[in-house]
Design a protein around this ligand. Structure first.
Ligand code: UD1
Ligand code: CA
Length: 457
């Protein structure tokens, strides 16, 4: 089997994005464009992936980590110059080299695989992935001869009026014979309107040397969208969103309104779960089966069990069990661990807390830095007083505790197993198990007091 290598071009600044964030790091469905490209390429079992970095090199490396090796392009002198930076790493290898732009996040591994197969079947030294579009502006055009054979690629800026009418474009993805690529790159000049070394010029160079150059046209043009500005970024987002949602629906997830449901590319959802509109699920979230999520909920990096409901709520970086009821209007903040069959009701905020099996906080509570046992009932309006202005302290509420409404648990404090806290208490000392603790002043009724106040009458 032929070795496959890949070069990803990601050194450009992305001037047209008008952003402080480097272009290839702009996320599409929550993941940087260049990471989409690499993840798709990784499915091809490539022997080596080299990412060319320049602008924002450290950030790009930081994101991609182990997924790629890197070559630095200090000055951005064009796409051919960029590929040349991989010569030290790849120059002596034998095999096929895919070159893909870091700003084409929609290309699928299946398409790249088909490109490689076609390239091998044609016995070509270079095969261009081309697309056909009624809006070719900005793309390089594929120029074919009378026999329909590819001759060269002309950049939009260098094209004549006649050439600009061509609707077949260069997607910026190619498959090359590795050795021929690095040989041809040496002959590329920068004699063009942008004064850059263009990678597409390699096509004409190989062709003139009598080599076989082929073109493989994609069926699905939307895959090849190059993101140069925010308009294209939003188009890429919409296409990717559709693709992700479709996959979930095919896998048995109900999306009530797919066009109003935003699911990140690394999210997994079990069958028979229903997602209501206005819901954003992102990061490495895993949701089980038979759940109901939304409407209008935001879930990032959470692990959720089966049969759990999350309505009109926000949850981040937390573990949520099975048969849990969250919301409406609840907020689960990072590092929380909500066990099975818990209820977290209206206007309840939970932060960095464990909430044991079957426990409930049904209304208007703040539970922060707490360990709540099983079968605990936290009455309406009760809170943990976890912050003294400087430090955060732990509240421990053991199993089967009943916290009456509107109580303050001033941490550090422990309420022992099975204890009761009377409504309106401010608990500053530990409560022993099975005890009833009342920490409020007694009620005084001053008879006829109002008559005394109304002395003018
Ligand atoms: C490029 C192609 C064009 C094709 C289009 C498809 C060239 C000259 N043109 O144009 O034929 O239709 O992609 O989307 O190749 N980069 C570097 N170093 C550089 C210059 C660019 O790493 O010196 C990287 C960029 O970060 C980007 C990619 O190469 O990821 C493509 O560069 P870009 O400037 O976006 O090229 P286009 O004008 O889109
Ligand atoms: Ca581009």
């Amino acid at each position: 089997m032929t070795n496959i290598f890949a070069v990803i071009l990601a050194a450009g600044k992305g001037t047209r994005m008008k952003s402080k964030l480097y272009k290839v790091l702009h996320p599409v469905c929550g993941k940087p464009m260049v990471e989409h490209v690499i993840d798709q390429i990784s499915d091809l079992h490539t022997k080596k992936i080299v990412t060319i970095v320049g602008h924002g090199a450290d950030e790009v490396k930081g994101y991609l980590g182990e997924k790629s090796v890197f070559a630095l392009q200090e000055e951005q002198l064009g796409t051919a110059h960029a590929v040349m930076q991989a010569e030290e790493i790849l120059g002596s290898e034998h095999g096929c080299t895919l070159v893909v732009c870091g700003d084409t996040p929609l290309i699928k591994s299946e398409t790249m695989e088909a490109l490689v197969n076609y390239h091998q079947k044609q016995n070509a030294k270079a095969t261009i992935l081309t697309g056909y579009t009624d809006a070719p502006d900005g793309y390089g055009r594929i120029i074919r001869n009378e026999d329909g054979m590819v001759e060269r690629i002309v950049e939009h800026k260098d094209a004549t009026a006649e050439e600009r009418k061509v609707k077949e474009i260069n997607t910026g993805t190619y498959c090359f014979d590795n050795r021929s690529l690095f040989e041809a790159l040496k002959k590329v000049s920068n004699d063009n309107s942008q004064g850059e070394y263009y990678l597409p010029d390699v096509i004409e160079i190989l062709k003139s040397a009598g080599e076989i150059v082929a073109a493989y046209q994609t069926e699905d043009f939307s895959e090849t969208l190059g993101v140069n500005d925010r308009v294209a970024l939003s188009q890429a987002e919409a296409i990717m969103q559709k693709r992700i949602n479709r996959k979930h629906m095919q896998d048995g997830v109900t999306l009530i309104s797919p066009q109003n449901t935003y699911i990140g590319s690394d999210v997994s959802i079990g069958a028979d779960t229903v997602i209501y509109p206005g819901t954003i699920i992102s990061g490495h979230t895993v949701i089980g089966r038979d759940c109901e999520i939304g409407p209008n909920s935001e879930i990032s990096n959470c692990r959720i069990g089966d049969r759990t409901k999350v309505r009109q709520s926000v949850a981040a970086d937390s573990e949520i069990g099975s048969g849990v009821n969250i919301g409406p209007f609840a907020h689960i903040r990072p590092a929380s661990e909500i066990h099975d069959e818990v209820k977290v009701g209206n206007f309840v905020e939970i932060k960095k807390s464990v909430f044991g099996k079957g426990s409930k906080a049904s209304h208007l509570s703040y539970i922060g830095d707490a360990e709540v046992g099983a079968n605990v009932n936290i009455g309406c309006g009760s809170i943990t007083v976890n912050y003294d202005g400087k430090n955060k302290h732990l509240t421990k509420i053991e199993d089967d505790v009943f916290i009456g409404c509107n109580s303050n648990l001033v941490a550090p404090v422990t309420v022992g197993k099975g204890a009761y806290v009377a409504a309106g208490s401010t608990i500053t000392d530990d409560v022993p198990g099975e005890a009833l603790s009342i920490a409020r002043s007694r009620q005084v009724n001053k008879e006829n007091y109002v008559q005394k106040l109304n002395f003018n009458k």
